[in-house]
Each structure stands twice: as structure tokens, then as C-alpha cells.
Design a protein around this ligand. Structure first.
Ligand code: 26V
Length: 823
């Protein structure tokens, strides 16, 4: 007879069953009859985790003994989504786990649903970091993701009376089985105080920082397994605590309450994730957060280096650090400080190492999103770093002066310190000067980075600039989100290899015109639409019909993303039906999802408008269910997974030049949605990939936008000249959607008519025409299905594996190090 598989590592159904029962008993202290749904989930999570840990240890041993070059991804956000389903897929035991659950008479789906996702990010940037961690492991590239273990992630969204209500996200309440606390991996982090000069043992003048406050950061590790490999990487998130020494001191002098106060102040730093478009509020704490996590991370990297390779001179051979936007850009000054002040290196050498270590990714051109910090705040919190930044600036501007002789205006523009008005540290400039590679996240965006916001830097160092178009994880956004589609693709490709090599999706093309295949394709879409309909019926009190065209816009609510353009189209469709009840309309469900930053008034009003329009349309018998409007509450990774598979049409309608890349656009298209979109961000590349004939394009391109803006844009003229547009806006102001209140939505409509910074009115007519075209094509179901299949088939390039492969080859110069399977 077969020897029994080890309970903690065995991969068979029998081993999983035994492990599950053991974990339920020995970790949760429960037996089946009294276990809560949460107990059942925890037992499943620990069962998966045991299998991760075994691979993790093997990976760590290999990376350590071979001194593997390692990527450190520095990101203030990781929007990971639920772990369990993904981990089972990556382990290749989804099916076995499902069968084990069946044997144990457990409802597998309910167990999966129990997981509370870590919402440690705002949107695109945080989710990108999560996809990249997934791809790094899948490609076998040794990597550490560094970030903050926020006690409260992005708020949960509820909708009350049509308004967004924020609910705090207490995600750690029931424990987090995926993390391993590392009490011995902790580092001091200092704030405030002063600097002083002294002579070191060699008689050299040195600087030391005498801080006013010291806290400490403790590591919490989450293993990240790749798909179809045994490689496991590390996500190391820092939690802030009171420094031990500080507690002791307080006890010795008897200041018990002082010690408690210090503890609270320290713990506040990693307490909460800030919404990215929150103005001013919480500024100081945000700078503290940024410094906190980069300081811990740089100290950890130096410790790892000294433990393995040794000499700090070789630091940049061991590590490359990728800055995910400017939030971690302080790492440049921190590494300089550590090398200069703690390891007594000289400036030139420290700068060479630092500059060769860092790379920077820009994620936005929006001027209001470019980070700057008041010099006064900086000086108060990080006096030594300000000195270092001044010195970096001096060396840098000397270079500029030599290269661009007598061009004072340029020097002022490029300085790390902005002098217009209040003096501020420009974090993007620090990031560019301190990095050897700078990239944008889509071709158009990288081009605009070079020619607009960082133009002067591109003049100086053209070789430093490059593009890496974003990508998304096909494991997360096809296999986990849309298992039915995943199975069909595996059937066509002869196995699951496509999930590591997404170009294999091409093989779907052969079947694009096959009626039988088309019917299966439609069945899969309809099944997902049914699931979503069911979910929205209970969670959003709205009844959709899976026969309708599902038209979905899901992303953060922001004016530049133009959810209001979508609303104007809904109102136009509604008016057409009201004016002519026989008007031949393609039945549609307009579905929205997305959070507004709590302090962003206009975005919150937009949510109210969507829900107000929904309320009227969904209850108007004259419409007779032809069109319906739904707002999905609490758009997060878990809920996003319900949306992408169910979409027929994906709304990617930002004003050209504003959306750096977009990644939702990729997730929709991979799941067979057609896109209605502008020539913005990665839409341009998606359209090129899927074929212009399979993409509904409308609106001005970025060049036309720039021209219109230069000429002077007068939205009022559109309002005046286009009677339908006027009627749509007037209907909002009529009070129809606000129980007679004619002023509620005025801030929105006035802004559109008088300022319209994102040119909604200029693109309105073109958008309506494109939408009419969509409606026509959808009626030809064979044609639509063919286009849908071709969209999915041609999305291979938008896998995050391709993106990470580009980073690894062109930017990081790092090779995969595959972990051999055990035994
Ligand atoms: C920050 C702010 C701060 C102030 C006010 C407005 C505002 C708007 C957006 C942001 C976020 C900037 C960083 C970010 O999340 N960028 C997103 O990164 C994604 C991944 O590269 C990309 O796909 C999105 O297009 C881009 O918006």
C-alpha cells in the first residue's frame, strides 16, 4: 500500500482532508459540528499556508546560498485581494481542495467568501503592485515587496440614500492567517530633532542626527507563491510600534502615562491608509508613514546584504529598488544617510551606489497628484534628510548649469526645491535624480512624461527614460475571477500553460467564427451575468436581466475618468424612450462601481447622481425594464472579480492624456468585453492589439485636447449649440432626480457648463455616436461574439508577466532563479 502523504505538505485530496480537520482542531480549537464559517475558512487558509511555507523555505535557502540578485519593490500600497482561491490555484490544488471540501460536506464557495481581503491600496497603483508581486514569483525572479501593514485599509463603501458612506476597514479583526510576525526583525525609525557635526576616528568631519523621537518598525511577512512553480517571494510589511528602549526609560522615571502616550503616537503611524486624492488633511502623518516604511526597508536591505554578500560597495549588485511612484522616494535620501552617517562612506561612493540602486515609475501626470512637501515640515520631521537633499540638489544643479550654460529659468524649474510661493521639496525630481531608470506606464503616458512634466530631465538624460506598459495577472483576473472562461481556454490550449504564457490566448482566434464555440462563449458570459444579477439583486436591490447588454464602468470615481459622461448617455437614452415609447432601444444595464475619496465632494455628488438617476429610471414603468442602472457598492478586488466576467462593454472614457495607463481596461477585455474608449493610456495599445474594428473609439486624442485647451475651451458653447446635450443637463437641474430639489446637482452641472476641465461636453456628441454604434453591433450576436472572442484572444501582451519580464531584462538586469520542485 502507498505510504501516507505528510499532512502538512501533501497535495492529494486525502492529505488535504486530513490536514483540514487537523487545522480546524489544533489551530481553531473546533470540531465540525460547532465550527463557525470563519473557523472553516481559517482551517482552509492554514491548510494552504502550510504548503506555501514549505516552498518558501526552499526558495529562501536557494536565494540566500546563491547570493541571488533581488528586486525590492517599494510601494506604499498593495491591493492584494483574497489569498485563498489564488493560493490554491498557484499550488495547483484547486480541484483537489474542492473535492476534499465536498467529501467533508462543506460548501467550498461559502468558505472562500468568508475571507476578508487586505485592502491596502486605493486603486490602480496598489493593484498593480499586487499583480507585479504575483508575476515576479511566477517568473522566478527573487523579490521582496516592501510596504506598510496598515491596520485599517481603504474604507468599505456603503450606499445610503444614494450617498457614499465610509465604514472603517477593520480587516485584522479576526486575525490574518497569511502573515507571519517577525518580532526579531525590527528597526528603529527616528523623527525630528537636530543634526550635529563631529570628527570621526579618522579625523573626518561627519554628521549625526540627534532625533527627538524614536519608534520602531516590525516586519510582518506574507509569502507570495508563483503559478506553476515552487518559487515563493516575500511581501514584508512594516507595523509601527513604540521603541522598546523608550518604554523602559519611561518606566524607570515613573512616567507611565508618558510611555502610554508614546506608544499610541508610534502605533498611529501605520494605523491607516490615506485616500490618494484627499487634500492637505493628514499631510504630516503621511510624510511620517512614507519615511517610516522606507527607513525600515533600507535598513533591512543593508542587514540582508551584510549577512550574505558582505561589502556595502557591492550593494547595488545585490539589490535593485523600484520606486512605485514618489511615495517611497525618500528611500533615496535614507540610503544616502545610512551609507554616509552610519557606515561612514564618502559622498561620491554613496551617491554612486544609491543612484545605481534605484529606478522610478511615474503613475500620473495630474499636477495636483505630483507630490511636494513643504520644506518647513520636512525640516521639522527629517532635518538630516533635508540637508542631504540640499546637497544632492547642489551637485545636481551644478551639472545642469554646466550643461545648459546661463539658463537660470531651467535651473529653477529643475531644482529639487520649488521656490514659487512656499518652498517645497519636489519628490518627482528627487526620484528622477536619484534613479538610473525612469519609466511611465503606457506608451502615450511615457511620451507625455518625457515631453511635459519631466521634459527638462529628458533633455539632460534622455537615456534614463523608458516605457513599460502595465499588465495584469491572468491568474487573478481570468482563472480566479472567471473559472468558466479559464476552463474553456485550457480546453482550447490543451492545459493551463496559457496562464504563464498569455500569448497562447491567440489560439482562441481559430474558433472566433465557429457557431458552436460562439454559443459556448456566450453561455459563459451569460452565466457570469446571471451571477452578477443575483448578487446585485440582494446587495443593491436592483433587478437586471442577463439578456441586456451589460455596460460597466468600474474604477475610482474621479472627474477625469468622466463617469458623468456615461450618466449623460444614460439620461439621453432615457429621454429617447420617454419621447418615443416605440423607439427601438438595445436593452442595457448600466452598471457602475467605485469609491470616491471621502473629502472629494464632486466625486461623492457623482455617486449620488448615479444612484438618483437609477432610482428614477428603474422605477419608471414607461421604460419597462429596457434600461436599468445599478451601482455596485464597495468596489474592491473581491467584487471586481464579479464584474469583469459579466461585462459586455467596458467603459474607458477618460479625457485623452489624463489616465496614465488604466488596468481595468485590460481586465475587462481579457474577459471578452468590448471597449468603448478614448485614445488614452493603454487604451491605445489595447486597440492596436485587438484591432481597430473590434474597439469602439470616440473623442479627441491628446493632441486635440492640448490644441483645444490652448485655443481656449468654452464648454458653454456646446451647451448652447447642442439641444440634446442641453436637454440632458437641464433634466438633471429640473429636480426630476432629486425630488424637486433643483439645486442638489448644481455644483456638478455648473462646473460642466462653465469650466468642464475634463472636456465632457466636447466629447459628448462623439460618445453618443459611438454608443449608438455599440447598440447596433450588439444586436448582431454572431458579430459581437466574434469581436468578443478576438478581444480576449489578442490580450496576451497585457499580462503582468510580460511587463515584469521587460522590467527584469531592460531595467533591473536580473535573471530568473527557478526553485526546483521537491524530491
Ligand atoms: C493621486 C491624486 C492625488 C491628488 C488629487 C488627485 C489624484 C488622482 C490620482 C492619484 C493617484 C496617482 C497614482 C495612481 O494611482 N496612478 C494610477 O496608476 C495605475 C497603475 O500604473 C494606472 O493604471 C492609472 O492610470 C493611474 O491613474
Amino acid at each position: 500500500c502507498e505510504p501516507r502523504e505528510p499532512t502538512r505538505t501533501g497535495m492529494s485530496k486525502e492529505a488535504l482532508k486530513q490536514a483540514y480537520i487537523d487545522n480546524l482542531f489544533f489551530i481553531q480549537g473546533r470540531f465540525r459540528e460547532v465550527a463557525t464559517p470563519h473557523d472553516l475558512y481559517m482551517a482552509a487558509a492554514y491548510t494552504a499556508r502550510d504548503r506555501l511555507l514549505e516552498r518558501w523555505v526552499r526558495s529562501a535557502q536557494l536565494f540566500k546560498s546563491s547570493h541571488a540578485r533581488t528586486v525590492c519593490y517599494l510601494s506604499a500600497e498593495y491591493l492584494l485581494g483574497p489569498h485563498l482561491a489564488k493560493t490554491l490555484i498557484n499550488l495547483g490544488i484547486s480541484q483537489a481542495a474542492r473535492e476534499a471540501a465536498e467529501d467533508l460536506e462543506l460548501d467550498f464557495t461559502t468558505v472562500l467568501e468568508e475571507e476578508e481581503e487586505p485592502g491596502l491600496g486605493n486603486g490602480g497603483l496598489g493593484r498593480l503592485a499586487a499583480c507585479y508581486m504575483d508575476s515576479l514569483a511566477t517568473l522566478g525572479i527573487p523579490a521582496i515587496g516592501y510596504g506598510i501593514r496598515y491596520e485599517f485599509g481603504i474604507f468599505d463603501q456603503r450606499i445610503e440614500d444614494g450617498w457614499q458612506v465610509e465604514v472603517s476597514d477593520n480587516w485584522l479583526r479576526n486575525g490574518n492567517p497569511w502573515e507571519i510576525p517577525r518580532p526579531k526583525i525590527c528597526f528603529p525609525v527616528c523623527y525630528g530633532g537636530d543634526t550635529e557635526r563631529y570628527r570621526d576616528a579618522d579625523g573626518q568631519w561627519r554628521t549625526r542626527w540627534v532625533p527627538a523621537m524614536v519608534i520602531q518598525g516590525m516586519a510582518y511577512d506574507t509569502p507570495i507563491l508563483g503559478f506553476g512553480t515552487d518559487n515563493v517571494n516575500l511581501l514584508r510589511l512594516w507595523k509601527s510600534e513604540a521603541a522598546e528602549s523608550l518604554d523602559f526609560q519611561a518606566f524607570n522615571i515613573g512616567d507611565y502615562y508618558g510611555a502610554v502616550h508614546a506608544k499610541i503616537e508610534a502605533e498611529t503611524i501605520s494605523k491607516i491608509l490615506y485616500p490618494n486624492d484627499e487634500p492637505e488633511a493628514g499631510k504630516e502623518l503621511r510624510l511620517k508613514q512614507q519615511y517610516f516604511f522606507v527607513s525600515c526597508s533600507m535598513q533591512d536591505m543593508i542587514r540582508l546584504h551584510l549577512n550574505t554578500v558582505g561589502p556595502l560597495e557591492q550593494f547595488d549588485q545585490k539589490f535593485v529598488a523600484q520606486l512605485n511612484d514618489t511615495h517611497p522616494a525618500l528611500a533615496i535620501a535614507e540610503l544616502m544617510r545610512l551609507l554616509l552617517d552610519e557606515h561612514l562612506m564618502d559622498w561620491e561612493q554613496a551617491w554612486g551606489i544609491t543612484h545605481r540602486t534605484f529606478c522610478y515609475t511615474n503613475h500620473t501626470l495630474l499636477p495636483e497628484a505630483l507630490e511636494t512637501w513643504p520644506v518647513a515640515l520636512f525640516e521639522r520631521l527629517l532635518p538630516r534628510h533635508l540637508e542631504i537633499i540640499y546637497e544632492i540638489n547642489q551637485h545636481f544643479l551644478d551639472q545642469v548649469r554646466v550643461r545648459f550654460f546661463a539658463d537660470d529659468a531651467r535651473v529653477a524649474r529643475m531644482s529639487l526645491i520649488g521656490e514659487d510661493g512656499e518652498r517645497r521639496v519636489r519628490m518627482a525630481h528627487l526620484a528622477v535624480v536619484g534613479s538610473h531608470q525612469v519609466n511611465g506606464v503606457a506608451e502615450l503616458h511615457s511620451e507625455l512624461v518625457r515631453t511635459t512634466i519631466l521634459r527638462d530631465f529628458h533633455d539632460l538624460w534622455p537615456e534614463r527614460f523608458t516605457n513599460v506598459t502595465n499588465g495584469v495577472s491572468p491568474r487573478r483576473f481570468i482563472m480566479v475571477s472567471n473559472p468558466r472562461l479559464g476552463r474553456l481556454i485550457s480546453e482550447v490550449c490543451g492545459g493551463t500553460g496559457w496562464a504563464r504564457d498569455l500569448e497562447q490566448l491567440r489560439r482562441l482566434e481559430e474558433h472566433a467564427d465557429d457557431p458552436a464555440f460562439q454559443a459556448r462563449w456566450r453561455e459563459i458570459k451569460t452565466a457570469a451575468k446571471r451571477d452578477l444579477t443575483e448578487w446585485l439583486r440582494t446587495r443593491a436591490d436592483v433587478d437586471l436581466d442577463p439578456a441586456q447588454l451589460f455596460d460597466i464602468q468600474a474604477k475610482r470615481i474621479h472627474e477625469y475618468k468622466r463617469q458623468h459622461l456615461n450618466v449623460l448617455h444614460i439620461i439621453r437614452t432615457y429621454q429617447r424612450i420617454k419621447q418615443d415609447p416605440n423607439h427601438d432601444i438595445t436593452p442595457r444595464a448600466f452598471i457602475f462601481g467605485g469609491k470616491a475619496a471621502p473629502g472629494y465632494f464632486t466625486a461623492k455628488l457623482l455617486i449620488k447622481l448615479i444612484n438618483a438617476v437609477a432610482e428614477v429610471i428603474n422605477h419608471d414603468p414607461a421604460v419597462n425594464g429596457t434600461i436599468r442602472v445599478a451601482f455596485m457598492p464597495d468596489f474592491n478586488v473581491k467584487n471586481a472579480q464579479r464584474l469583469y466576467p459579466a461585462a459586455d462593454l467596458s467603459e474607458q472614457i477618460s479625457l485623452a492624456g489624463k489616465e496614465a495607463s488604466g488596468t481595468g481596461n485590460m481586465k475587462f477585455s481579457m474577459n471578452g468585453a468590448l471597449t468603448i474608449g478614448t485614445l488614452d493610456g493603454a487604451n491605445i495599445e489595447i486597440r492596436r492589439a485587438v484591432g481597430a474594428e473590434n474597439f469602439f473609439l470616440f473623442g479627441m486624442d491628446a493632441a486635440a485636447v492640448a490644441r483645444r485647451q490652448a485655443e481656449g475651451y468654452h464648454p458653454w458653447e456646446h451647451y448652447h449649440d447642442d439641444p440634446e446635450l442641453r436637454a440632458d443637463i437641464d433634466l438633471i437641474n429640473s429636480g426630476l432626480f432629486s425630488h424637486g430639489d433643483t439645486s442638489l446637482f448644481r455644483p456638478l452641472t455648473d462646473q460642466l457648463i462653465n469650466h468642464d476641465p475634463f472636456m465632457v461636453l466636447a466629447d459628448y456628441r462623439a460618445y453618443l455616436e459611438a454608443q449608438d454604434h455599440v447598440s447596433d453591433v450588439y444586436r448582431d450576436s454572431a458579430r459581437w461574439t466574434r469581436m468578443s472572442i478576438l478581444n480576449a484572444a489578442r490580450m496576451g501582451r497585457f499580462s503582468s508577466d510580460r511587463a515584469i519580464h521587460e522590467y527584469a531584462e531592460r531595467i533591473w538586469k536580473i535573471a530568473p532563479m527557478p526553485v526546483e520542485p521537491d524530491g
